[in-house]
Design a protein around this ligand. Structure first.
Ligand code: COA
Ligand code: NAD
Length: 705
């Protein structure tokens, strides 16, 4: 036994507690501890039953993902779970708090399972591109049947105790303390003379995982599984679980699980898991600095963004005052927020009471009178430097000196904006993405004067409103918009000029895995919105022509996107997906001719390559300039803000997959062909030359090198 698994005797019951803070992830120490502890309890004549539970808030949140990068250290999962399942005394597992993956697999190797109310249990492995490797695909169908097993494994979402009881995943649900639940159930079982009940001895009907069941489950999860492959290994392993004797099935699962762990898909998804958590860690912050508390919030500007931002804070339980100088705008904002919550209630996403509560948390005003006690003001007025300066100065006069003032600007210098306030150290950029109450990404922009405490408060705000924060320096377009405008979308438009079709580009990007192609994104978000941002950015730094010239020509023609019925596509006949429009082709052809660009046919592969290489090259510059702390942060921005396929791990991870030597060679070749916008990033060349990677760059930075 070891300190990760402790045993305590309660009369004739031995309780084993697994401890590996913060979430009791299973590693080799825990596996060794479990084997030793179970054997010891089995050998102890005073023990009649063994209870396994977790220390702290939950049982076990899964395997330690850090172990998956290399050979999993001994002891392996199979002998560990074999020791539990083979114990000659009844083993009862208490499922409490968040119990996932290997946690549920261990519970399935126990003989009896009791879930404590409030628990959530499931198999998130599919979201990490992994086939479970601790017998999950073998024991689960023996306990809940093939259909439910398939739903749990392919869906990946956890279930509550009541549902787990309904499908037979647990034997009992108890209220209250996990220890009491375990002891109570163990006493009940001892009194009933219940013996060990190994799951491996149960069987499924061979052939009962039919093709129809599989097809239905794949269809039900088609959206989440788009572009992924782990589900096929999962189905094969499950089939082995249903059709084969236990040991044979287990061996088949092991092979499939090992293959999945080595897959690029799983590496990418695991990279994203850690990237999303690391992005909230800011290097160099003094450990004595504490974030400020944020409860009362004012949002200035009740337009598209202001409404979403108000809802994001309201949803987190904050008191929100939404302010707009235009009474009609304020009214529209209020109506939109009300309609949003009422719509959610009508669709059954929230209850009517929850909708009423959420609506009640947001109040509306034409000014900031009485806002002296707010902790945070987020401004989301029109994107205009002079206006924003006026508004920030006004906010600064209205609030107390401690209050944080945030700008949702997409393009303006936070440093310059902060200078008009009384306390520039309290000013920060909080760059939300549209729709702000839904999109998970929050770029936190540190201005030149932003204090460590203000930055930490920004991160705390992100945690509070359940956003994934990425800290950005105060440069042109921050992280996301710079990569989009200087890099990918500009290049997309360049390819249009050179002859690639608007829809060909969109389709190629979507086939690569992007949630939506660039012209469809532009039409949905509003071509004019991007043009406005570029206009402001142009005041910051100029860019040589052609720079998003197609968009900038469409806007004055009224082709501003879906809201106008036309943009890159025409939406008259087909309001949702739109149709190609000869007028746009004519514009593109004219713009190309004016610039002496020869048009030609493109392959889809060429389109994707140029789009993605641009992201990587500009991303590398951003990293070199210190605008982003880590390559992984850039990946988070592109996966969560711009629909880059998660299973490819973000553009920088994808660059490592392609190999930086190859990337550098291609960028250099394209530079020779196209000049300016393809100037290879110094960092890219450096890393490629030394045989390094962006992942290695991040690791070196984390070591302080
Ligand atoms: N392996 C290794 N580390 C893990 C882990 C795992 N399975 N699960 C969580 N952690 C780490 C996180 O990286 C984080 O570390 P950090 O504090 O250094 O950033 C810490 O535990 C807390 O996790 P976090 O996600 O920030 O906490 P939370 O309370 O928001 O969420 C969980 C808790 C368990 C819901 C969430 O961490 C999770 O989904 N974990 C993965 C579960 C999983 O996929 N298991 C199956 C593995 S096959
Ligand atoms: P919007 O035009 O929809 O709304 C702006 C609102 O601000 C209007 O209701 C207007 O009445 C109000 N307003 C103007 N002057 C004001 C003042 N002095 N005091 C109070 N209210 C005032 O604009 P939007 O699209 O919501 O953009 C707002 C900000 O968010 C901009 O800085 C924009 O760059 C940024 N942003 C927009 C998006 C997007 O997709 N729309 C995404 C990220 C960031």
């Amino acid at each position: 036994m070891n300190s990760a698994v402790t045993a305590k005797q309660y009369e004739n019951i031995c309780v084993l507690t697994v401890s590996n803070p913060p979430v009791n992830a299973v590693d080799a120490v825990i596996r060794a501890g479990l084997i030793a502890a179970v054997r010891e309890a089995e050998a102890d004549p005073a023990t009649e039953a063994v209870v396994i539970m977790g220390a702290g808030r939950n049982f076990i949140a899964g395997a330690d993902l850090a172990e998956f990068d290399g050979e999993i250290p001994a002891p392996a999962y199979a002998p560990t779970l074999g020791a539990i399942e083979g114990c000659g005394k009844p083993v009862i597992c208490v499922i409490h708090g968040i119990t996932l993956g290997a946690g549920v697999e261990i519970a399935l190797a126990a003989h009896y399972r009791v879930a404590v109310e409030g628990a959530a249990l499931g198999f998130p492995e599919i979201t990490l591109g992994i086939v479970p490797g601790a017998g999950g695909t073998q024991r689960l169908p023996r306990v809940v049947g093939p259909e439910q097993a398939l739903a749990l494994l392919l869906g990946g979402a956890p279930v509550k105790p009541a549902r787990a009881l309904e499908i037979g995943l647990v034997d009992k649900v108890a209220a209250g303390d996990p220890l009491d639940a375990g002891l109570g159930y163990a006493r009940e079982l001892i009194a009933a003379g219940a013996g060990p009940l190994p799951t491996r001895d149960r069987s499924c009907t061979p052939g009962s995982l039919g093709d129809e069941l599989v097809a239905a489950a794949l269809k039900a999860n088609a959206r989440a599984l788009r572009g992924r492959t782990a589900q096929f290994g999962m189905i094969e392993a499950l089939r082995a679980g249903v059709d084969l004797p236990f040991d044979e099935g287990l061996a088949a699962e092991k092979g499939l699980s090992d293959t999945s762990l080595r897959s690029q898909e799983s590496r990418a998804l695991r990279h994203m898991f850690f990237a999303e958590r690391n992005s909230a860690k800011v290097p160099g912050i003094d450990s004595s600095v504490q974030p400020l508390k944020v409860q009362k919030v004012a949002v200035v500007g009740a337009g598209t963004m202001g409404r979403g931002i108000a809802m994001a804070f309201g949803d987190a339980g904050c008191e929100v005052r939404l302010v707009d100088i235009d009474p009609a705008g304020l009214e529209r904002g209020e109506a939109a927020i009300r309609a949003n919550y009422e719509g959610s209630a009508a669709r059954g996403r929230i209850t009517h009471e929850q909708a009423a509560e959420a609506i009640g948390r947001i109040t509306y005003a034409l000014n900031l009178d009485g806002a002296a006690d707010v902790d945070l003001v987020v401004e989301a007025v029109f994107e205009d430097m002079a206006l924003k300066k006026d508004v920030l100065a006004w906010i600064s006069r209205a609030v107390r000196p401690e209050a944080i003032i945030a700008s949702n600007t997409s393009s303006l210098s936070v440093t310059e904006l902060a200078a008009v306030t009384a306390h520039p150290d309290k000013v920060i950029g909080l760059h939300f993405f549209s729709p702000a109450h839904i999109m998970k990404l929050l770029e936190i922009v540190r201005g030149g004067a932003t204090s460590q405490q203000t930055l930490l408060t920004g991160l705390e705000i992100a945690r509070r409103i359940r956003k994934i924060p990425v800290v950005s320096g105060d440069g042109f377009g921050f992280i996301g918009n710079r990569m989009m405008l200087d890099g990918a979308f500009r290049e997309g438009e360049q390819m249009m000029l050179e002859g690639a079709g608007v829809d060909q580009i969109d389709n190629a990007l979507e086939a690569f895995g992007f949630a939506m192609g660039q012209s469809r994104v532009n039409d949905l978000a509003g071509v004019d919105i991007g043009a406005l941002v570029r206009k402001q950015l142009a005041l910051r730094e100029s860019r040589p022509d052609p720079y998003c010239i197609v968009s900038d020509t469409l806007v004055p023609m009224g082709r501003i996107g879906q809201k106008a019925g036309k943009g890159f596509y025409n939406y008259t006949a087909n309001p949702r997906s739109g149709e190609l429009d000869g007028e746009v082709d004519a514009v593109i052809e004219r713009l190309a001719a004016e610039r002496g660009i020869t048009r030609r046919v493109f392959t889809d592969a060429e389109i994707v390559e140029r789009f993605v290489l641009q992201l990587i090259n500009v991303g590398a510059d951003i990293l070199k300039e210190g605008i982003a702390y880590r390559a992984a942060d850039i990946d988070v921005v592109w996966v969560h803000g711009f629909g880059f396929p998660r299973h490819l791990g973000g553009p920088m991870f994808h660059a490592d997959t392609l190999g930086l030597a190859h990337v550098a060679e291609r960028v250099t070749a394209l530079y020779a062909q196209h000049g300016h916008y393809w100037k290879p990033s110094e960092l890219l060349l450096e890393l490629a030359k030394s045989g390094s990677s962006f992942a290695e760059y991040d690791r070196a930075a984390a070591r302080g090198e």
